[in-house]
Ligand binder design. Structure first.
Ligand code: ZN
Length: 881
């Protein structure tokens, strides 16, 4: 564990290393208890660096067995080795020399899951961001690009499979029941992309022929017995490879591509060159064990890691401040992939909901940081929604501003100009500027400035002059360490919607640059005047969520209902209804806090019911439209002095009001959506199931009767329907015999399937009731709960802390204490996962005073612990600051 030294890393301190490592040869003598690693590094002094300049390599908890310099064993004062550093004060004066470094590792004792570790008897590695230095001493930074040759030796029975990056070169038998394999990766890469896997795994094989005719052998490796559950992942991989050729002109560049699923993994997946390692949650799926959301996630994450081959691996980051260079761009690419494979509007709405749920609270709280941060204490804490999701939105805005053709030209130029390099955000932006001849200097603030911009809108129509004027005012709220903000370039897609639902044409516009349906907001205030507008339009603004901002305006309920019914932009239709729901919930929450029963406008309730029944809209869209804003969405809108209990009560009241009004309609729809065809994980089938499952909750609430959910649970032939029914039972009817029976049946059926059992933990952790805290304590004693398996911790504790606003924020502070206890227990062996969990406290200041005091007390108690890891100390101190 790296204890906190308080050191801050700053972007402006970047300088090139004095040495390069063009070639690396690694030999692993694998043994779970003690593995010997021999590293031969070819070291090259840069031009203009003095010959006696010291060489300082990074380590993390290493144990040096031996060192040789240019083949001669080094002794005494020739070097200084600590667990964290290997310093050679006077390296050879030749421009090139070799180092032979031997280290000894204990993979089976590595519970931090960084570096080389063992998961279910399989050796595997995780090196991003700074895990390679837990394997050998190295210049462990992304701008050191090396050609790797890797030899792996292991017991043949325990590890018949030996994989590393690149192409297989050689393999054979050794004495004592051992064997070896040699891999060579011809593409120079940074150390964070190194990977090794060795173990006894089942394989699904296939092949892919690239556009230029290269035949690539594909392998997906899973635990024996799980092979049939890997078919969808293989299919998604082949579709990803084809899509990247067709959409971005990017071909795969090795003879093999391997993908391995492991059960103990700190993150989703890792894009190691030619050897992607996945959390098995994002590989294994079939109808009986995975929901439609699981299938969609697998497709997206397989695509994401594969797309990194060009955006991340071939072109990598100069330093970790540039993380969004690979992540934001690759998220953009995987969003586009999913949109092309599924429904584009539905995908967009889901993206925006995710952005608002995860990134907006980050931007509005103590952990706010720019898409490209300027400083960090622990880089592991910057794998955030801001870097990933907002980073993707920024790339999306570049496309909106430049248009599709210029955007593609910019991407092509970026690939051509920087292939094989480690580059910066400035290089990325420059490619678009050069390809389009546009100035993106003001736009680049999206990378450099934290916080969610706010845009206030008002409009008026002058019937005499036939003009329509929009007043636009932008502001960016202050964020930690950035009190003064500069004005942004905000692309607002819009339409002036006429009474017939069509966009109206206008003669001229002044007050801002308006092109291709986009208003370019660049000043604090714009008064945008359209002339030749024959009648009062309804303004549809920020269509498709063209900019990741918050918006306020005085749009009337009638106009919003009109847009919900008629806007040609599906996102805007969804947004209009969603805004109406949010406003109703804000007002209802105030009513509840005042001690009264909330009431809801019949127009709103009626609009929801008629939208549900509108056959012209795809079922997946209707499902999203009928999904009320979540409790955290309402809390975010309230912003301060939040009472989670009141929000919960208000939201249940609106659900029930819609349920009672729509009962007959929903009943008929629910029955009609059922089909007897076998389960297919395609978008159309998933959409029908999504709508049916949203309706199920309404139907159960209409009569306050668990029977419809219990019927669906018993009859379900797929996990989507089964888990949805169980969720309704657990959330609304937890005390009933039906709910208890269903939970027991589920547990018994899937007792031996960890991924499905995670869902059982997750469903119970998300029950929005104060009693959930006590239930959590008993679930943590469950024989299947394990604090060393990150998936299990995320399913139970992560869901509770991040996805159960009401119980986590229990007024007596018991939810906070539960999470704090877990964070401290985790911290001892896996600081990365502990720190991630601690971010659940990030919105504590916006709560009402009682809860705020409880949260502060619990956070301060964590901060007082001695020897906190750098990961956790960083999060807790920033959250309290
Ligand atoms: Zn990624």
């Amino acid at each position: 564990m790296r204890t906190d030294s308080g050191q801050i890393f700053r972007l402006e301190d970047y300088r090139e290393s004095d040495y390069l490592i063009p070639e690396v040869e690694l030999t692993f003598l694998l043994d779970p208890q003690e593995t010997l690693v021999r590293a031969r590094l070819v070291v090259e002094r840069r031009e203009n660096v003095a010959a006696v300049t010291a060489l300082e390599l990074d380590g993390d908890g290493l144990n040096l067995s031996s060192l040789a310099i240019d083949g001669t064993p080094a002794t005494g004062t020739a070097f200084e080795a600590t667990p964290d550093r290997l310093i050679i004060a006077r390296p050879p004066s030749a421009k090139r020399f070799t180092l032979d470094i031997e280290t000894r590792l204990q993979p089976s004792r590595n519970k931090a899951l960084m570096g080389l570790y063992v998961s279910s008897d399989v050796f595997c590695t995780q090196c991003e961001a700074e895990g390679f230095r837990r394997i050998t001493y190295f210049l462990d930074r992304p701008d050191i690009l090396s050609v790797y040759t890797v030899r792996i030796e292991a017991d043949k029975k325990a590890a018949p499979l030996l994989l590393s990056n690149g192409n297989p070169v050689e393999s054979g038998k050794l004495d004592g029941g051992r064997h070896f394999a040699v891999w060579h990766d011809p593409h120079p890469k940074p150390s964070y992309l190194f990977a090794l896997v060795a173990g006894d795994l089942g394989m699904v094989s296939d092949s892919f022929t690239t556009a230029s005719g290269r035949k690539v052998a594909l392998g997906v490796y899973v635990e024996h017995g799980n092979e049939t559950r890997a078919a969808y992942a293989m299919d998604a991989l082949k579709r990803s490879m084809r899509w990247d050729e067709e959409r971005f002109g990017r071909e795969y560049d090795l003879d093999v591509f391997n993908l391995v699923a492991v059960s103990d993994f700190n993150m989703g997946a890792m894009e190691n060159k030619g050897l992607n390692i996945f959390n098995d949650k994002y590989v294994l799926a079939d109808a009986d064990t995975a929901t439609d959301l699981d299938f969609a996630n697998i497709e997206a994450i397989i695509g994401h890691e594969y797309f990194h081959n060009w955006t991340g691996n071939r072109i990598t980051c100069r330093d970790w401040f540039q993380l969004c260079l690979k992540e934001g761009l690759t998220v953009f690419r995987d969003h586009e992939f999913s949109a092309d494979q599924r429904s584009r509007p539905v995908k967009r709405i889901a993206e925006v909901r995710g952005l608002r749920a995860h990134q907006f609270p980050e931007d509005q709280g103590p952990l706010a940081h720019p898409v490209r941060p300027r400083r960090y204490r622990e880089i592991n804490n910057f794998y955030t929604a801001t870097v990933y999701e907002k980073g993707s939105e920024v790339v999306r805005m570049i496309r909106t501003i430049l248009g599709e053709d210029a955007f593609c030209a910019g991407m092509d130029l970026y690939f051509e100009r920087h292939d094989g390099q480690a580059v910066t955000i400035e290089d990325f932006i420059k490619a678009f500027e050069d390809a389009s001849d546009r100035d993106l200097a003001q736009f680049a603030l999206w990378y450099h400035q934290a916080g969610t911009p706010h845009v206030a809108i008002s409009s008026r129509y002058d019937a005499g002059e036939k003009s329509f004027t929009i007043e636009i005012e932008q502001s960016v709220p202050p964020t930690p360490s950035e009190s003064r903000k500069r004005l942004m370039h905000i692309p607002l897609a819009f339409g002036l919607v006429g009474a017939d639902g069509q966009d109206m044409v206008f003669d001229a516009v002044e007050g801002a640059v308006v092109e291709d349906g986009v208003i370019h907001v660049r000043k604090r205030h714009h008064s945008v005047r359209f002339t030749g507008v024959p009648a009062r339009p309804v303004l549809s603004i920020n269509r498709g969520f063209s900019a990741p901002i918050t918006l306020s305006g005085e749009t009337s309920t009638d106009d919003r209902l009109f847009l919900a019914r008629h806007d040609s932009d599906p996102f805007s239709r969804w947004q209009s209804l969603n805004t109406l729901f949010t406003e109703a919930l804000l007002s209802a929450t105030r009513t509840v806090r005042g001690g009264d029963e909330p009431l809801f406008a019949s127009e709103l309730v009626g609009a929801a019911v008629s939208l549900a029944a509108n056959d012209a809209l795809e079922p997946a869209f209707r499902a999203l439209a009928l999904t009320l804003p979540g409790e955290p969405d309402v809390a975010r809108e309230i912003g301060a002095n939040i009472d989670p209990d009141a929000i919960h009560t208000a939201r249940i009241a609106l659900l029930k009001a819609i349920a009672r009004e729509g009962r007959a309609t929903f009943d008929a729809l629910y029955a009609g959506l059922h089909d007897n065809a076998p389960f297919m994980p395609d978008a159309a089938g998933a959409g029908r199931r999504a709508l049916r499952n949203v309706l199920l909750e309404y139907l159960a609430l209409a009569d306050e009767n668990p029977a419809p959910a219990k019927r669906q649970f018993d009859a379900a032939d797929n996990m989507t329907d089964r888990a949805a029914a169980l969720t309704v039972l657990a959330n609304h009817f937890g005390e009933t015999q039906e709910a208890r029976a269903a939970l027991s049946a589920f547990e018994a059926r899937y007792a031996d399937d960890p991924l499905v059992l995670d869902k059982w933990f997750q469903i119970q952790a998300s029950v929005p009731a104060p009693e959930t805290v006590a239930l959590m304590r008993s679930l943590m004693e469950h024989p299947h709960f394990s604090i060393t398996n990150p998936n299990r911790v995320r399913a139970l504790i992560g869901t509770f802390a991040m996805g159960n606003q009401r119980a986590f924020h229990s007024a007596d502070g018991s939810g906070y204490r539960l999470v704090a206890d877990t964070v401290l227990a985790l911290e001892a062996h896996n600081p990365q996962v502990a720190a991630r969990l601690a971010t659940a406290f990030r919105s504590w200041r916006s709560l009402e005073t009682g809860r705020r005091d409880e949260a502060r007390r619990v956070l301060s108690d964590i901060a007082k612990h001695e020897n906190l890891s750098r990961d956790l100390a960083d999060i807790v101190e920033r959250t309290l600051a």
